[in-house]
Design a binder for this molecule. Structure first.
Ligand SMILES: Cc1cc2nc3c(=O)[nH]c(=O)nc-3n(C[C@H](O)[C@H](O)[C@H](O)COP(=O)(O)OP(=O)(O)OC[C@H]3O[C@@H](n4cnc5c(N)ncnc54)[C@H](O)[C@@H]3O)c2cc1C
Length: 408
């Protein structure tokens, strides 16, 4: 049996952020922790890939140079739609969209360069917590660790084991498809992304999105699905550094259903997405739809057990928009501070994690989003309420100064 101070299960944004924050605090963590990853980067990951300013700031504070040197689509204008009404939320940028497999592979490579050891193709199969530590069995070995961080996402083993006693499951449903886009599409020219809440009229507790995206030629060539009817153009098929960085334009479209009000009838997501595709000049029959759940944040969630901390999707992400990348990076920062303190004091009960989390930037962000989602999605079926929200939102968007350039 291998013994270690810290095992992080999952090398997505939450696990990698925990590792990089620990290494930033104390480089000796390089030899004292392991990340277990069931796949191998770049691994497939269903996601809109939108990283908001909060997430970009976490990366900048970790020492990343901005903009990141991977393909990306910048969004300066977020258009929030309800029927014929539009709110423009502007910022320089409001968020940046990455192809998730490429973003995560880049973060993993950066974590490695800083000293993190990532054991890929090594899924954790089970874990057993006792007073002195945690025994983790993987496909290759048995580890004994003083502390474990569960960063293995919404469908990981941590959620499977820990959700058994939960009275209420807080899980959103998402469907997504990626399709080719022309370089001249207004999304790229005007740098906008659309989030359309019109379908709350039909029972959706969420929205449909239409995001511009950019993928490296390598990522497009690696796709085997029929949705890859990409027009690569004469200059883009090469693997030159510039072609890699410019990326190939695509649309990332999908639907998010928070299911906050679990007693209400489920919205028919493929039908709603089909309507959205038609309204935005596309056909759903041309793409491959994929779905994935996400576990959302509520202050009632449990975030820690003695010797075990949850981060990212396994702890719970934003219930309003389903935003999880920036929160995952933020969870990593709080978890790293909590772990560092536990190893200094010898107290591994982690009773302070909840307080630290809820008082942190990411905790306050998630609490705000959760409060708005609780009201808006419960009332979202009422048209007068949505019109009121859009009237107030539009007034605020006009009064609010445009968010300044982040990359200066
Ligand atoms: C369709 C869709 C669209 C989304 N769009 C956005 C968006 O635009 N912006 C945004 O901010 N968020 C978005 N999200 C949410 C976002 O993808 C997640 O919140 C985010 O990935 C959470 O990061 P994480 O590190 O907690 O989990 P993950 O990214 O899921 O990483 C978990 C890692 O653990 C590994 N793993 C799992 N089980 C094991 C195991 N047993 N042993 C070892 N390793 C394991 C997995 O391979 C994976 O690498 C979207 C989600 C979906 C489903």
């Amino acid at each position: 049996m291998d013994t270690i101070d810290l095992l992080i299960i999952g090398a997505g944004p939450a696990g990698l952020s925990t590792a990089m924050h620990l290494l930033q605090q104390d480089p000796s963590w390089a030899g004292r922790m392991l990340l277990l990853e069931k796949a191998k980067h770049p691994r497939p990951k269903l996601c809109g890939g939108g990283v908001t300013r909060l997430g970009l700031r976490y990366l900048r504070d970790l020492g990343f140079l901005m903009p990141l040197p991977i393909p990306q689509a910048r969004v300066d204008d977020v258009r929030l739609q309800y029927g014929s009404r539009l709110i423009h939320a502007r910022g320089q940028p409001q968020f940046v969209i990455f192809h998730r497999p490429e973003l995560d592979a880049y973060l993993a490579e950066q974590a490695r360069q800083r000293g993190a050891v990532i054991c890929e193709d090594e899924p954790a199969l089970s874990f057993d917590v006792d007073a002195d530590g945690v025994t983790v069995t993987t496909s290759r070995k048995v580890y004994r660790s003083r502390v474990v961080v569960a960063a293995d996402g919404s469908k990981g083993i941590a959620r499977q084991v820990l959700s058994r006693g939960e009275r209420r499951r807080r899980v959103a449903r998402l469907l997504e498809a990626l399709c080719a886009a022309p370089e001249s599409a207004p999304h790229f020219v005007e740098r906008y992304a659309l989030m359309d809440f019109t379908q709350t009229k039909e029972g959706l507790q969420g929205y449909c999105w239409d995001f511009p995206a950019r993928l490296s030629p390598e990522a497009v060539f690696g796709m085997s699905s029929p949705q890859a009817h990409w027009s690569l153009g004469p200059g883009s098929a090469g693997s030159s550094q510039q072609a890699h960085l410019d990326g190939i334009p695509a649309f990332n479209r999908g639907v998010y259903d928070a299911r906050l009000e679990a007693r209400r009838q489920r919205a028919h997501l493929p039908q709603l997405l089909d309507k959205f595709f038609i309204a935005n000049g596309g056909k759903m029959s041309d793409v491959v739809l994929e779905g994935h759940p996400i576990h959302w944040f509520s202050p009632l969630n449990r975030f820690a057990w003695p010797r075990l901390l949850l981060v990212g999707d396994s702890a719970g992400v934003d219930s309003l928009f389903g935003e999880g990348i920036a929160p995952a990076l933020g969870y990593g920062q709080v978890a790293a501070q909590t772990i560092q303190r536990a190893f200094t004091t010898g107290d591994y009960s982690f009773t302070d994690y909840r307080r630290r989390l809820l008082n942190s930037t990411v905790g306050r962000y998630l609490l705000q989003r959760w409060s708005v989602a609780e009201v808006c999605y419960r009332m979202g079926g009422q048209r007068w309420f949505m019109h009121l929200v859009w009237t107030i939102g539009d007034a605020l968007a006009h009064l609010w100064p445009e968010l300044p350039e982040l990359y200066k």
